[in-house]
Design a protein around this ligand. Structure first.
Ligand code: NAP
Length: 310
């Protein structure tokens, strides 16, 4: 019987684990992929208090080593449901990396659960977007950017991720078009200013991507000016989609209340409407989704879980 099972091994989940084990509790983290969550795709983190500059991967590694070094257990598994029983909860996870009937289910008993499922990349919703993912369409500039060395690429989005992606790609690619649907960026001004200094980055503003060109691999994108409605094509071999994140909490819809966008409803105390079930990080209804707020949620949720256990 675990005291706390944490679903998700990103910043919120690993922070919760640190607080849980330091409170003397038996803690298990279940993660479908590898540890770290979204931050592993950030080349540089410069806004986490107390750390001047660090790569996202290094940051995640530090958190993981801290949590497991203190005694938290970490296992790979896709949590498919949480069953409520009289005196405990059962977290059911299926093995990742296997498909269909080869997948075995594991069942873990626990007193409390912290849902820290994060968020996943939002697609643009274009025809053939999924089909061309991995064949020119990408959601991770730091993972795939090197494949486009010397080529022309486009980044879609206007937040800090899109701005950072464009800057990263400008180091390797011949030309980077940054396509944003408005004429003002949502991301940090400092990042915008940095891009303005780069000769091979072109801002394509008030513009949306309306189509993907190419049969088996991406050869270009069709774009439309949202003001003039004029359409044209850009010859690019890569399209990096960075239009924000969306939650993925459908497996828990029967367990806890979700808001209209699919985020798990809870206030800053990280308590869901189901006793014994807590939530932390980007998967929670909140205004500010940052590394620092994910870590803060982890601490709050773990201490709330400890208080619940008594
Ligand atoms: P974000 O801030 O939510 O920005 C998403 C961008 O995509 C917005 O510019 C949005 O346009 C655009 N967009 C959304 N849906 C679209 C669609 N269907 N078609 C075209 N464009 C669309 O997401 P993010 O950039 O991934 O950042 C997420 C969070 O992480 C933010 O809080 C951000 O500050 C933080 N972050 C921080 C850093 C850093 O500090 N170094 C780096 C990366 C991320 P509109 O602006 O018109 O809505």
């Amino acid at each position: 019987m675990y005291d706390i099972i944490i679903v998700g091994g990103g910043t919120a989940g690993l922070s919760a684990a640190i607080y849980g084990v330091r409170a003397g509790r038996k803690v298990l983290i279940l993660e479908a992929k590898s540890y770290g969550g979204q931050i592993i795709n950030s080349p540089e983190v410069e806004n986490y208090p107390g750390i001047r500059k660090i790569s996202g991967m290094e940051f995640a590694k530090g958190l993981y080593e801290q949590a497991t070094g203190l005694g938290a257990e970490f296992r790979q598994g896709q949590v498919v449901r949480v069953e409520e029983q009289e005196n405990c909860r059962v977290v059911v996870a299926s093995e990742t990396g296997k498909s269909g009937s080869d997948k075995e289910e594991q069942r873990y008993e626990t007193k409390t659960v912290i849902l820290a499922t994060g968020a996943r990349n939002r697609p643009l919703g274009l025809v053939r977007e999924q089909e061309l993912t991995g064949a020119g369409v990408s959601y991770c500039a730091t993972c795939d950017g090197m494949f486009f060395r010397g080529r022309q690429v486009a980044v879609a989005g206007g937040g800090s991720t899109a701005l950072e992606d464009a800057a990263f790609l400008s180091n390797y690619c011949e030309k980077v078009y940054l396509i944003h649907r408005r004429d003002q960026f949502r991301g940090e001004e400092r990042l915008v200013e940095n891009l303005r200094q780069k000769k091979n980055v072109e801002f394509v503003l008030n513009t949306v991507v309306t189509g993907l060109l190419g049969e088996t691999v991406l050869e270009g994108v069709r774009i439309q000016d949202v003001v003039t409605k004029e359409e044209k094509e850009l010859a690019v071999s890569g399209l990096f989609v960075a239009v924000g994140q969306m939650p993925d909490n459908k497996d828990f819809a029967g367990l806890v209340a979700l808001d209209e966008k699919g985020y798990i409803q809870a206030a800053e105390d990280c308590r869901t409407d189901t006793p014994g079930i807590f939530v932390a990080g980007d998967c929670r209804t909140k205004d500010v989704r940052q590394l620092a707020t994910a870590a803060a949620d982890g601490a709050v949720a773990a201490l709330a879980a400890c208080e619940y256990i008594g």
